[in-house]
Design a protein around this ligand. Structure first.
Ligand code: TC6
Length: 303
């Protein structure tokens, strides 16, 4: 028992440390927050709030990165550290992802981390995206996405990584991998995550056209599993997690791994090449121009 605990502590330390150093290397100091999960309380993390209820073992991770919960390098680093801590915490049995921001689950990857930044920064950023995906898609514990707002691109990816998706039944909210609309391409592991959820034909249409699906369409194609009124998204997620917890944990966990491991292994075997591909693609003048135009269109829409 003591050996297992020591090993867990070492793993936690090394995993967290590698994330920590990745963040610091590129000139954006990241202050590790103190997150203790002994009692029910909020973590002191700034961009991701964690609340673990020890009475039922359910942790709620709320994205809190205004204005749109974009996934910056700092956000991704903080998210992965917290997720890893919860995985090592025996009192945590399942995790719900949701947003603390009104109307937005997450606007996806932070475009500012990919626009006008150095190749080194793009590489560190992409590694953080990979690490988030590897941790979340391969997570041993139960994960539920409580999608309480818009969820484009990386936001959709995060939701897709969860075991179950509950979305607010609101025509204002949409979800999808819209990368082509920005002139960029979702990498093979984004594609695989969608493919494993909605099948080949829908993925083909979805990726080529960069379709954002309204909540009802998302339910119809199986991109989300359930729609509920916005006020009930979180409570339904807690209830649903309770049902999942009734299944013998080891059997569920092995079944999940059996379904997902080949997809995870594919990225693990190609991590470095995938970073190189991303950096050479995203730093191309033509791609930078597309991103610039997309950002300008976002601003124009606002004006
Ligand atoms: C190969 C790579 C794979 C890529 C994967 C991705 O995830 S790519 C990502 C694909 N993601 C998308 O295509 C989503 C694009 N975003 C949207 O569609 C909308 O912002 C919204 C529906 C999320 C919220 O609508 P709303 O009317 O509530 O809000 P608003 O529109 O007024 O924005 C407020 C401020 O936030 C800014 N900002 C927004 N998103 C991002 C971002 N991702 N990043 C950085 N900044 C972003 C926006 O410019 C504005 O800044 P300003 O002018 O204040 O300096």
């Amino acid at each position: 028992m003591a050996t297992v605990l020591r090993r867990a502590a070492r793993l936690e330390f090394s995993g967290v440390l590698s994330l920590f150093s990745a963040s610091c290397r590129h000139g954006r100091p990241y202050a590790l927050s103190h997150v203790a999960f002994n009692d029910r309380h909020l973590s002191t993390s700034s961009k991701v709030k964690v609340d673990l209820d020890n009475s039922n073992g359910i942790a709620v991770m709320k994205f809190d990165n205004p204005p749109v919960n974009s996934m910056s390098l700092d956000f991704l680093t903080e998210f992965s550290i917290n997720l890893e801590k919860l995985e090592l915490d025996k009192s945590c049995r399942g995790v719900i992802l949701t947003s603390a921001q009104p109307r937005i689950f997450s606007a996806g990857l932070d475009i500012m981390d990919m626009y006008g930044t150095s190749p080194e920064h793009c590489g560190a950023f992409w590694k953080a995206v990979q690490d988030m995906w590897l941790k979340l898609y391969g997570y041993s514990k139960i994960t539920i996405a409580a999608i309480n707002g818009a969820s484009p691109a990386g936001g959709c990816l995060m939701a897709l990584c969860c075991d179950y998706r509950i979305m607010a039944d609101d025509p204002r909210y949409s979800i999808g991998l819209n990368e082509t609309q920005l002139g960029i391409v979702a990498p093979f592991w984004f594609k695989d995550t969608l493919l494993n959820t909605v099948g080949h034909r829908t993925t083909e249409l979805s990726l080529q056209m960069g379709i954002m699906y309204h909540a009802h369409e998302a339910l119809k194609i199986g991109l989300v599993d359930q729609l509920v009124p916005e006020g009930k998204v979180l409570s339904t997620a807690v209830e649903t997690l309770g049902t999942w917890l009734a299944v013998p944990g080891h059997a569920r966990e092995i079944s999940k791994s059996m379904m997902r491991k080949p997809t995870v292994d594919k990225l693990l075997a190609n991590k470095e090449a995938d970073i190189k591909n991303f950096v050479s693609f995203i730093t191309k003048d033509s791609i930078q121009k597309s991103l610039g135009m997309y950002l300008a269109a976002l601003k124009k829409k606002k004006a």
